[in-house]
Design a protein around this ligand. Structure first.
Ligand code: ARG
Length: 461
């Protein structure tokens, strides 16, 4: 096998069974352009250390550029005998610049330090794409909040009516975790910006190559401090997979709210036709499939993370071939987010709210009972007692089948004379939300202030 990177000490080529198990070109070809970038940097380090003449270095870069063009236009693909992206590209380089020069590039590097570097480059690039798409979901939530600054909805805990809140407050509550994901991606990027190149197979290189030169050329901040750690650690991949899974979970919770709001029973939102699907049998159906797929795909994002952690657990130092199993799950997480995020952004941006229905339901289920208790507290009554009084009023109203604001003066007085008719001033949803004006509360002024802060945080992440 002329393409093999090893073989001299073997009596024959690999068995077909081994080749079938070992081959990784069907997924690691996604790293081809990063592999070539690594080779450019490595060639520069070889030249700087005197292993390539100026002319050789020039021809090497030109050859690598030619490979990059052919990878990009699809004319260069791995062959059936290629084990991995590294071998396939070395074969192609030798065909391009000849065996004499092409055979020099492998000096002082191993596929182990290469792959550990390339996977970082790949993830750093995709972290930027994912951040951009996350920002679009945040923008969609913020735009909807801005378009409905005063709309009031029932706020729930345990999925039961709890207290009235602003729709904008709820939408922004879904945006904040996504802002934190942006911040996590930024923090992760700083940690990921390390180059294992130069670590060789595990113990470092004898050739006196400058690993900082390679790191700088690759846009990474510094070389790995420890060659064993550099080649064998994959926490950088697992941490990325965690962030991807966490984003999946955030989107899933948002999706679940949309699915519930979209039911006939709730009737809070209508999804745009372009972002809903129909049924093959029931002509009337309009389904929230984007939300369901976002919710469903969070399962596979979690699976990718768990699978990766299971692969890493128990691996002795340094490199083991098990580490090849890091790529498919994390590549899948990247692809999954890159298709889910734009769909969710579009669904959120185009959905319309039935704010009248939300406002009508907001005071139902005695959701203003806390406001009654707080009103009493402001009149000097201990909260414990105020809670009891408000609870007694709820029970009375429930018996009569009416809501709190419908209680007559006589009913209020029957509970306690301290419940004067003025209590009705807090028994409106507008009064209730406006009064929750502490930092982070649902009062319109606070929610607007919060939105400014949210946008600033998202933009600086
Ligand atoms: N394909 C391997 C991986 O993904 C990199 C090659 C290292 N292979 C080896 N036999 N040392 O980790």
């Amino acid at each position: 096998n002329p393409g093999a990177l090893w073989g001299a000490r073997f009596a024959g080529g690999p068995s077909p069974e081994l080749a079938a198990l070992s081959v990784s070109t069907h997924f690691d070809w996604d790293l081809a352009l990063y592999d070539i970038a690594g080779s450019h940097a490595h060639a520069a380090a070889l030249a700087a250390a005197g292993y390539l003449t100026e002319g050789e270095e020039r021809r090497m870069h030109a050859g690598l550029d030619a490979l990059a063009r052919r990878v990009s236009d699809g004319s260069l693909r791995p062959g059936p005998d290629d084990e991995d992206v590294h071998g396939a590209l070395e074969t192609a380089l030798i065909a391009e610049v000849g065996p004499e020069l092409g055979g020099k590039l492998r000096a002082g590097r191993s596929r182990n330090d290469q792959i550990a570097t390339l996977v970082r480059l790949y993830l750093l690039d995709h972290a930027r794409t994912i951040a951009r798409e996350l920002l679009r979901v945040i923008d969609a939530l913020v735009a909807q909040a801005e378009a409905h600054p005063d709309a009031i909805m029932p706020g729930r805990t345990h999925l039961q009516h709890a207290q009235p809140i602003l729709l904008a407050h709820h939408l922004q509550a879904h945006a904040w975790p996504l802002v934190r994901e942006l911040e996590r991606l930024r923090d992760w990027s700083a940690r990921a910006s390390v180059s294992p190149y130069g670590g060789g197979a595990l113990a470092g290189s004898t050739l006196g190559l400058d690993p900082q030169l390679v790191a700088t050329r690759l846009g990474l901040s510094r070389p790995a401090e420890n060659s064993l750690d550099g080649t064998a650690a994959r926490d950088v991949v697992a941490e990325f997979a965690f962030i991807a899974a966490m984003i999946g979970v955030d989107l899933s919770r948002l999706a679940e709210d949309v699915i519930i709001w979209n039911t006939r029973e709730f009737g809070f939102v209508r999804l745009d036709d372009a972002y809903s699907t129909g049924s093959s049998i029931m002509p009337q159906k309009k389904n929230p499939d984007i939300a369901e797929l976002a919710r469903g795909k969070s399962g596979r994002l979690i699976g990718n993370l768990s699978g990766l952690l299971a692969t890493l657990k128990g691996l002795p130092l340094a490199y083991n071939r098990d580490l090849q199993e890091d790529k498919e799950p994390v590549f899948d997480s990247v692809r999954t987010l890159e298709i889910v995020l734009p769909a969710v952004a579009g669904m959120i941006a185009t959905m319309t709210f039935d704010t009248e229905r939300m406002a009508e339901l907001a005071p139902q289920g005695f959701s203003l009972a806390t406001d009654v208790a707080d009103w009493l507290v402001k009149r000097g009554i201990p909260f414990r007692e105020a809670h009891e009084i408000s609870g007694a009023l709820v029970r009375l109203c429930e018996q009569q089948g009416i809501e709190l604001h419908e209680a007559t003066d006589e009913m209020l007085a029957a509970v306690t004379p301290r419940l004067e008719p003025e209590v009705r001033e807090v028994l409106t949803i507008e009064g209730s939300v406006a009064s929750r004006d502490g930092i982070g509360g649902t009062a319109p002024v606070r929610v607007a202030e919060q939105r400014t802060e949210l946008v600033a945080r998202a933009q600086s992440a």
